[in-house]
Design a protein around this ligand. Structure first.
Ligand SMILES: Cc1ncc(COP(=O)(O)O)c(C=O)c1O
Length: 380
């Protein structure tokens, strides 16, 4: 089945749900047994519901996986992956340039719980071997990264990590399964903040994980049920509805972002544009190989590297709303320094190149002429 068909038909059989075209919202905390000891497919809603099962199966199909798992947020999904793969004394090696919330979870929750957390620049996959230690159990990757749109070579890193017995997880939020499938590139685990493109309408907080290994699936399922960070059925329904148009929305996000990146690249108020689709992006060739298109997020350094300058542009924008998130139909602008990466220490931000005079644009699916005019007036 091709991608656009999977988004609409995978994971759901209308014959099992009174022929309802859309998976019904099973708004119930439990399911009745007819007798003691009866084995039910669904018993208690933390363990599973038909609505959540439909989402999990659809998502697994999109990532060419065998098992999908839904969580109450992207962070709950990351937390579950870390708990399912690491024990105290184990080490996780993470790509240095990653989402601020993931950095906070690793350093403020996992490290105090006895997990050794290390970060490395893995731009050159050959550097991985030297960065691993005998205690490394998990390699945590994000590609492209939030907010600087750096890529890592997932296939090369996965092959190298596997030679050392290390599992590989990829946060695929920015690419979406439409543009990149990490499991096909050799990763063991793929994770998404479905709050972003998969949900796609800025109306649901949700996380997703998929694997194609039965043992890993068992461990993640155990953590999902044991810790209970699961989404409710209404949120699962919204994510499913969003997914049905993922392929259409992503094409428009990519079209619009390419135009925005090209416009900003020649604008006198802009010092630098970060977008994997630009020929001068240092990993443009890798992006062409690893992704189907280049995504909907564009980040810039303003020439005036001050919070005041970033604030002035953000406040003048009419259609790009100043907000924390990304990946919805509407365009957003984010001041990464104080917003998405507010939880990261200033010295870490400095090391990564996250600046005060920097803005991240989540380019929506509005008319491109209106978006370009909005940027022009805000930067004038
Ligand atoms: C790349 C990435 N991963 C994970 C998350 C966390 O997801 P959530 O906000 O759904 O918990 C985010 C949120 O911005 C993100 O951008």
């Amino acid at each position: 089945m091709k991608f656009a068909t999977k988004t609409i038909h995978s994971g759901y059989d209308h014959h099992q749900h009174n022929r309802a075209l859309m998976p019904p919202v099973y708004q119930t905390s439990a399911f009745a047994h007819d007798h003691v000891g009866e084995a039910l497919e669904f018993g208690y809603a933390r363990t599973g519901t038909p609505t959540r099962a439909a989402l999990e199966a659809c998502f697994a199909a999109l990532e060419n996986a065998t098992h999908g798992f839904a969580f109450g947020s992207g962070m709950a999904a990351i937390d579950a992956v870390l708990r399912a793969t690491l024990q105290p004394g184990d080490e996780v090696l993470a790509v240095a340039d990653l989402y601020g919330g993931a950095y906070r979870l690793l350093t403020k929750v996992m490290a105090p719980a006895g997990i050794t957390v290390r970060f490395a620049d893995l731009t050159d996959p050959a550097s991985l071997t030297a960065a691993l230690t005998p205690a490394t159990r998990l390699l945590w990757l994000e590609s492209p990264t939030n907010p600087l749109l750096n890529l890592v070579d997932i296939a090369a890193l996965a092959a190298s990590a596997h030679r050392h017995g290390v599992k590989v997880a990829v946060d695929n939020t920015f690419a979406t399964p439409y543009l990149q499938n990490p499991l096909d590139l050799g990763a063991d685990i793929v994770m998404h903040s479905a709050t972003k493109y998969l949900g796609g309408h800025s109306d649901v907080l949700l996380g997703l994980v998929a694997v194609k290994d039965a043992e890993l699936a068992k461990s993640i399922k155990f953590i999902q049920n044991a810790t209970g960070g699961v989404p409710g059925p209404q949120d699962c329904f919204l994510a499913l509805r969003g997914i049905k148009t993922l392929h259409l929305r992503m094409e428009r996000h990519c079209d619009n972002a390419e135009r925005v990146a090209a416009f900003l690249a020649t604008h006198p108020a802009i010092e630098k544009v970060f977008y994997p689709g630009l020929a001068d992006h240092p990993q443009h060739e890798l992006a062409r190989r690893q992704m189907r298109r280049f995504g909907g997020v564009v980040t810039v350094y303003l020439k005036d590297d001050s919070r005041a300058a970033a604030s002035r542009v953000a406040e003048r924008l009419q259609y790009f709303l100043l907000a924390e998130s990304l990946g919805g139909v509407e365009s957003l602008v984010n001041h990464s320094y104080t917003m998405s990466h507010g939880g990261m220490p200033p010295e870490q931000k400095a090391a990564l190149g996250i600046r005060e005079g920097q803005l991240r644009f989540s380019v929506g699916i509005e008319d491109i002429d209106d978006l370009l005019a909005d940027l022009a007036q805000a930067l004038a």
